[in-house]
Structure formats: C-alpha cells, structure tokens
Design a protein around this ligand. Structure first.
Ligand SMILES: [Zn+2]
Length: 145
C-alpha cells in the first residue's frame, strides 16, 4: 500500500491509499479519486508526499483523534444549559406535547420545516427513533441556586 497526500481544487488536503503508484495514476485518470470534504475530483498529489508501505492489503485504521473536550466548571455548564434553553425558547416554536406528531410531519415533508420544541413521552421518542426521525434532547438546567 502507498499513502499519498492529496489536495483538491479547493485546497482540501486528505490522504489517499492506493495499491501502488500505478494504482494511483489509474484511479486519478478515471476521476475515481474525490475529495472527502467537497467531492471534487480535481485532485492532485502533493509533491512531498510521504509514502508508507504496510504489509496488509487493507488500509490501516485511521487514528480517531477527537478534539479534547474543554474542561467546563459546573457553573459554566449550568450557564451553557440556561443559554441553550433560552435560545430554544426564543427561536423555536413551542408545540408542547404535540412534539412527536409535529416532528414526524416535518420529517415526512407534510409540514413546512421549522425549528420546534416540546415534550415527548418515552414511547413517542422510541417511535421517532424507530422511524429515524431526528431530534435532540435538550437537557434542562437545574435552576436551584
Ligand atoms: Zn475539497
């Protein structure tokens, strides 16, 4: 296997794994290499690519490096939750207990898309999950002080 550093027309850099240099050339010629960020097939190999040879024919797993979560104090977390709740109240339409029905209608295109919030029972949430209707759960800050 060979790894090449590639760059697309929009200057996104990414890695491509190929069986060999010839394999790379062939895929590039057929326009089979596309940028994972924008999908562009105008891709070039960076001149100073580092080639890595690995024994296996399968690509090595890419290391998952999640961005380190910023450490928040309890007070900061609380403030964030308060702000999130405030934001939702200010910008989303409150549909109350009709949330599940509204979310489903929007998901199926029966209603115009709009930001909504409301309440749903556990059963309703399970139904939404089953249907693949996306929604988020907004944690309520404890407002004891
Ligand atoms: Zn790109």
């Amino acid at each position: 296997m060979v790894v090449y550093d590639l760059i697309c027309a929009a200057e996104h850099r990414f890695e491509g794994w190929f069986p060999s240099f010839e394999g790379y050339q062939e895929q590039a010629k057929k326009g089979l290499i596309s940028c994972p960020s924008c999908g562009s097939t105008e891709v070039e190999k960076l001149p100073h690519a580092c080639a890595v040879h690995v024994k296996k024919e399968t690509p090595a797993p890419r290391p998952e490096t999640p961005a380190p979560a910023p450490a928040l104090s309890e007070a900061e977390v609380k403030e964030l939750l308060v702000r999130m709740n405030q934001y939702v109240r200010d910008n989303f339409e409150n549909v109350g207990p009709r949330f599940a029905a509204e979310a489903r209608a929007i998901y199926h295109g029966e209603k115009e898309e709009k930001p909504i919030y409301g309440s749903a029972t556990q059963d309703e949430r399970r139904e939404l999950d089953d249907e693949g209707v996306p929604y988020g759960i907004l944690p309520k800050p404890k407002l004891d002080s």
